[in-house]
Design a protein around this ligand. Structure first.
Ligand SMILES: Cc1cc2nc3c(=O)[nH]c(=O)nc-3n(C[C@H](O)[C@H](O)[C@H](O)COP(=O)(O)OP(=O)(O)OC[C@H]3O[C@@H](n4cnc5c(N)ncnc54)[C@H](O)[C@@H]3O)c2cc1C
Length: 151
């Protein structure tokens, strides 16, 4: 088969066959047009007002999926926000703003860092042999044993 430079087949030719097969089976006719558009949102914590309303997940730090971290951070945000809300024992707006503000500061800093890293994940020197460690749930990503999945 003639491989056209710059195509998905060309860009994945160095991968093991089991990872390439999905690209080969899709073919040009199976490709989505227009392609999925990835957004990167980074913020400084002070850019988001502190109030009784806050954000979590992609609304606060959407990122390209190249490090597979967006959903992880959305879940972490939800757990942290849930814990913060469970600690609240008052209707005092100032206390609520402080508790949500502390949550928000950590969430924005962590999420924006992940967004920035994800946006350059495919750029040299961040990909391939020079890629930094992928950390999920605070642990380095490791290979899982082979598993047969039947759909
Ligand atoms: C191709 C791809 C691969 C990915 N792979 C990974 C991965 O391997 N690991 C990982 O951790 N993350 C991955 N992600 C990222 C992950 O999917 C997102 O970060 C995560 O879904 C964000 O969750 P969320 O709840 O913040 O937002 P969303 O999941 O986008 O949920 C927002 C919801 O709000 C709804 N909505 C929007 N507007 C309105 C409205 N006006 N009224 C009511 N409802 C509304 C939407 O329909 C949607 O259901 C991937 C993303 C993509 C696109």
């Amino acid at each position: 088969m003639k491989v056209i430079p710059g195509t998905a087949i060309d860009k994945t030719k160095h991968l093991p066959p089991k990872l390439r097969s999905i690209v080969e089976k899709t073919g040009p006719q199976g490709m989505k047009h227009p392609p999925i558009h990835f957004w990167t949102l980074t913020m400084d914590p002070e850019m988001l007002p502190k109030s009784r309303i806050t954000l979590l997940g992609d609304a606060a730090h959407c990122m390209p999926s190249f490090r597979g971290e967006g959903g992880f951070h959305a879940l972490l945000d939800a757990l942290k926000l849930g814990k913060a809300l469970a600690r609240l024992r008052t209707n005092d707006t100032q206390v609520i703003k402080k508790v949500l503000g502390d949550y928000q500061d950590e969430m924005i800093e962590r999420g924006s860092k992940a967004s920035a890293w994800s946006s350059i994940a495919l750029d040299e020197p961040w990909s391939g042999a020079n890629a930094g460690p992928s950390i999920v749930w605070g642990l380095p990503v490791v290979h899982l044993p082979e598993e047969k999945v039947t759909l």
